[in-house]
Design a protein around this ligand. Structure first.
Ligand SMILES: Cc1cc2nc3c(=O)[nH]c(=O)nc-3n(C[C@H](O)[C@H](O)[C@H](O)COP(=O)(O)OP(=O)(O)OC[C@H]3O[C@@H](n4cnc5c(N)ncnc54)[C@H](O)[C@@H]3O)c2cc1C
Ligand SMILES: *[C@@H]1O[C@H](CO)[C@@H](O)[C@H](O)[C@H]1NC(C)=O
Ligand SMILES: *[C@@H]1O[C@H](CO)[C@@H](O)[C@H](O)[C@H]1NC(C)=O
Ligand SMILES: *[C@@H]1O[C@H](CO)[C@@H](O)[C@H](O)[C@H]1NC(C)=O
Ligand SMILES: *[C@@H]1O[C@H](CO)[C@@H](O)[C@H](O)[C@H]1NC(C)=O
Ligand SMILES: *[C@@H]1O[C@H](CO)[C@@H](O)[C@H](O)[C@H]1NC(C)=O
Ligand SMILES: *[C@@H]1O[C@H](CO)[C@@H](O)[C@H](O)[C@H]1NC(C)=O
Ligand SMILES: *[C@@H]1O[C@H](CO)[C@@H](O)[C@H](O)[C@H]1NC(C)=O
Ligand SMILES: *[C@@H]1O[C@H](CO)[C@@H](O)[C@H](O)[C@H]1NC(C)=O
Length: 540
């Protein structure tokens, strides 16, 4: 088994500022009767269905395997992790409609899970409320239409399955999304989505043409019937604040038959730091057919830092070498560093599964999960040379945290900040991704690893974006703020909301107030509705 992302935990993800609410009284000793009541509600609405076959309570023998099937972070796979009272695994949209209706009727918090990769487990854990898990993994049809250059993808599909189904029909089409094949469509697209085609084609959400959502009233809406405000919100604002998304319609993009990749490492002993420094000045300006990811980590044995440069180029190796010689000669890329391949093979290369057949993209549990913690930042000016030296020293001292640098520029700089909820566009040189993975059990160890990421994050403060300090929703991080589930207030939501969405936060609040004024769709970092006079004026 392999692990997908680079890199090297906290059992309770909640910061001290978190306000605990008492559990509501729906379950506890009455979980049996709650199940019966819920089942009755579901059956009443769908009498012809054998609804009980998609409703699991903790007494059902397959409850645990159903719950664990899409837990992707060991931090949330422990005996003390709060568990859902009921799991629903819908087989068609009417089950989703009924689940929303009955959850609302019985006042239970709903968690929506597609691929389960949320870095804080918010899709299947609620720390302060009894909750029901709506697991979308059975809804995963993918329909690719090459004539129209579109695909309709249900949320339970993975991006690996999507890539495979596109490749089956065309070798010159692709879709700009993430690099880890098991990531789910539902969370990935609603939260933004980026990958190695970002500099050429923008984010995943820049390539969406329609969507189907079930709203709080159980209505099934497409782009036309939901309206442009809600359609805007679910392209980067996070799905879980607005409804249950069933599918997205995507616009495919073009790729050449041959693409080229390289992966080279330098250590701080071999002028690695000069090349890392240089990367900051070229990676966002170089030809947009080229994406060079940089990953730096301490080599504890050798007491050095290692920098790994991974390149992806929409063209052959001759042109790549010439682009590199012109724009980034310091890395010294030669033709024999390059590997030509098809786009689909490059997806395997990025997942470090390049020796495997293309069919591994269909393997929904391809990777081993670890305990993991992530954080994110955006940089608008390069880290100065002495800062880079101190960063290298700090990371060697901390030993366990890796940093991934993802270059911006190209198409990313052309799309206005307000076009989608994702606001970190022109002016950003790169996004930083903090990562630590570990395998040893124990809450003290977890606290240690998580603390290391926070220490590095604090250390980075002078170098990164400020007022607000930016963050990426799909790198979910509860350290940056949480609000009260069910009663998320505007002022609490603004703390994390402006980091994720900057000036777009207020428009998300407006959409939320319009489509879910009762705040049924709620979690620790959801968008709050707002009802003060200023907002009432807005809706008049
Ligand atoms: C190994 C790994 C690699 C990654 N690589 C990348 C990458 O290359 N690029 C990138 O951009 N991101 C990447 N990510 C982050 C990833 O995009 C997010 O974690 C994403 O939200 C996962 O989607 P999911 O459906 O798997 O997650 P889930 O945990 O199922 O959902 C995430 C969030 O979306 C909500 N949600 C899910 N489905 C729906 C729905 N149908 N309707 C409404 N709300 C919904 C959930 O409630 C939750 O809040 C990676 C994550 C991991 C763990
Ligand atoms: C599980 O079984 C126990 C013992 O039979 C019962 O008391 C309880 O109500 C059941 N729980 C549910 C959710 O059905
Ligand atoms: C399930 O219930 C919903 C809501 O009443 C209804 O629209 C739908 O047709 C029902 N589905 C089936 C399969 O009976
Ligand atoms: C779970 O158990 C209940 C009885 O408690 C049963 O009616 C239901 O069909 C079971 N669900 C599944 C998915 O097996
Ligand atoms: C969760 O724990 C179970 C054992 O209880 C194990 O089989 C499964 O692989 C674990 N999953 C993750 C993601 O840790
Ligand atoms: C729940 O449904 C019942 C039966 O339809 C209805 O009488 C009741 O008012 C509903 N409660 C809520 C909170 O919606
Ligand atoms: C693809 O889309 C075109 C144009 O809308 C349509 O005519 C055709 O039937 C579709 N093909 C498939 C296989 O759905
Ligand atoms: C976090 O790490 C820093 C530096 O390594 C250390 O000084 C601090 O005590 C740690 N805090 C906790 C809570 O472990
Ligand atoms: C929600 O929060 C507001 C502001 O903090 C508070 O006044 C109100 O009482 C809370 N409502 C509930 C239902 O908890």
């Amino acid at each position: 088994m392999k692990s997908c992302h680079h890199t090297l935990l906290l059992l309770l993800p909640l910061t001290t500022s978190f306000v605990f609410q008492s559990f509501t009284s729906v379950a506890g000793d009455h979980s049996g009767s709650f199940y019966e009541t819920f089942l009755k509600c579901m059956s009443h609405r769908n009498s012809s269905d054998r609804v009980s076959s998609i409703l699991y309570n903790p007494n059902n023998s397959s409850y645990t395997s159903t719950l664990q099937a899409y837990i992707r972070n060991k931090r949330f796979n422990t005996s003390t992790t709060p568990k859902p009272i009921i799991i629903v695994t819908p087989l068609h949209q009417t089950h989703v409609q009924s689940t929303i209706f009955c959850s609302k009727n019985l006042s239970i918090n709903l968690r929506i899970r597609s691929g389960g990769h949320d870095f804080e487990g918010l899709s299947y854990v609620s720390y302060t409320r009894h909750f029901l898990l709506l697991d979308m993994s059975n809804l995963r049809t993918i329909d690719v239409n090459i004539t129209e250059e579109t695909a309709i993808v249900e949320v339970g599909a993975t991006i690996g399955e999507l890539y495979y189904r596109i490749w089956e029909k065309s070798k010159v089409h692709a879709f700009p999304a993430g690099v880890c094949s098991t990531v789910g469509i539902g969370g990935h697209i609603s939260g933004g989505g980026y990958g190695v085609l970002m500099r050429k084609y923008g984010l995943t959400v820049d390539n969406i043409v329609d969507a189907i959502i079930v709203d709080v009233n159980g209505r099934v809406l497409d782009r036309k019937s939901m309206g442009e405000d809600l359609f805007w919100a679910i392209r980067g604002g996070g799905g879980a604040s607005f409804g249950v998304i069933l599918s997205y319609k995507l616009r495919l993009v073009g790729v050449p038959k041959t693409v080229t990749v390289f992966r080279v490492s330098k250590s701080s002993g071999e002028k690695g730091i000069d090349i890392v420094d240089r990367w900051q000045y070229v990676a966002d300006k170089i030809d947009r057919d080229l994406f060079i990811r940089l990953y730096i980590k301490p080599n504890n044995g050798k007491k050095t830092m290692e920098a790994e440069f991974t390149g992806f180029f929409l063209g052959d190796s001759d042109r790549l070498v010439s682009v590199m010689n012109k724009g980034f000669p310091e890395l010294g890329i030669q033709k024999n560093d390059c590997k030509e391949m098809s786009w689909i093979e490059s997806e395997l290369f990025w997942s470090s599964t390049d020796k495997a057949p293309v069919e591994v993209l269909l393997d929904r549990s391809l990777f081993t999960s670890h305990y993991a913690k992530r954080k994110s930042d955006f940089l608008q000016i390069p880290i100065p040379r002495d800062g880079m030296e101190s960063l290298f020293r700090k990371m060697m001292e901390l030993r366990v945290v890796g940093l991934t640098f993802n270059p911006y520029g190209g198409r990313m700089s052309e799309i206005p900040d307000w076009e989608t909820p994702f606001p970190h566009r022109a002016g950003n040189i790169f996004k930083l991704h903090y990562g630590v993975n570990w395998n040893e059990e124990g809450s003290e160890l977890a606290a240690y690893y998580v603390n290391q990421t926070r220490v590095l994050y604090d250390f980075m403060t002078p170098f990164v974006s400020k007022d607000p300090r930016g963050a990426y929703l799909n790198y979910r991080d509860l350290d940056i703020g949480v609000s009260r589930v069910g009663n998320n207030s505007y002022s609490e939501g603004k703390v994390y909301g402006e980091k994720y969405f900057k000036g777009n936060f207020d428009r998300l609040v407006k959409v939320k107030t319009m489509v879910d004024p009762g705040n049924f769709f709620t979690n620790e970092q959801s968008i709050p509705p707002r009802f003060d006079s200023r907002y009432r004026r807005m809706f008049r």
